[in-house]
Design a protein around this ligand. Structure first.
Ligand SMILES: Nc1nc2c(ncn2[C@@H]2O[C@H](COP(=O)(O)OP(=O)(O)O)[C@@H](O)[C@H]2O)c(=O)[nH]1
Ligand SMILES: [Mg+2]
Length: 183
């Protein structure tokens, strides 16, 4: 078996990446969350075409965070990224009640995918900074609409968050670290 210099280098000097896919419908806030977590700031970004990949070291875990475009034309290519995924962060726009059933349909496809059988699932009920009076749903309402309690044989967690204020994001990462360590 040949060992190239670059693979030897990466084995010696870099930690293994824990692959995490950030998925969800377009406009849910996936890219804003990615940059909020990795850069600690809100970075304006155009709708994602293809993917954004960032490495993030947190509490001893080297996360390889991959944010995929969520428009319907791009969702069909998500499965190309499934292999070796240790966790999925499913981002939901809590202010978009009208598309929750579509988000549920996408979640059901993910939970049926063989390659994601043992992936952890962190659902982020994003945009919690928006007022409830204008239709923003609570994490409990999002959980109910997605049917999370019906999920069998999968470790999952739902967390309310806001990519704009940072609320809830690191708590979500903490849950992932705890579960990854227990694996
Ligand atoms: N109020 C509010 N707006 C958000 C939040 N997160 C993202 N957005 C906005 O939602 C829009 C879509 O965000 P983006 O990250 O591009 O979504 P993506 O398509 O899932 O990557 C942008 O205008 C963001 O500024 C949030 O927590 N609260
Ligand atoms: Mg995006």
């Amino acid at each position: 078996m040949g060992v190239t210099f670059s693979s030897l280098w990466s084995r010696l000097f870099s930690k293994r990446e824990t692959k995490v896919l950030i998925l969800g419908l377009d406009n849910a806030g996936k890219s804003t969350i990615l940059y909020r977590i990795t850069m600690g700031a809100v970075v304006a970004s155009a709708p994602t075409v293809g993917s954004n990949h960032e490495i993030y070291d947190y509490k001893g875990v080297r996360f390889g965070l991959i944010d995929l475009g969520g428009q319907s034309s791009l969702r069909s290519s998500w499965s190309q990224y499934f292999a070796d995924t240790e966790a999925i962060i499913l981002v939901i726009d809590s202010n978009d009640a009208a598309r929750l059933s579509l988000a549920k349909t996408e979640l059901q496809k993910l939970t049926k995918a063989d390659e994601l059988r043992s992936s952890l699932l962190l659902v982020l009920a994003n945009k919690q900074d928006l007022p409830a009076e204008e239709g923003r749903l609570t994490p409990a309402q999002v959980s109910e609409a997605l049917g999370l309690t019906d999920l069998r044989e999968r470790e999952w967690q739902i967390m309310g968050c806001s990519a704009l204020t940072g609320l809830g994001l690191m708590e979500g990462m903490d849950w992932l670290v705890t579960k990854l360590e227990a694996k």
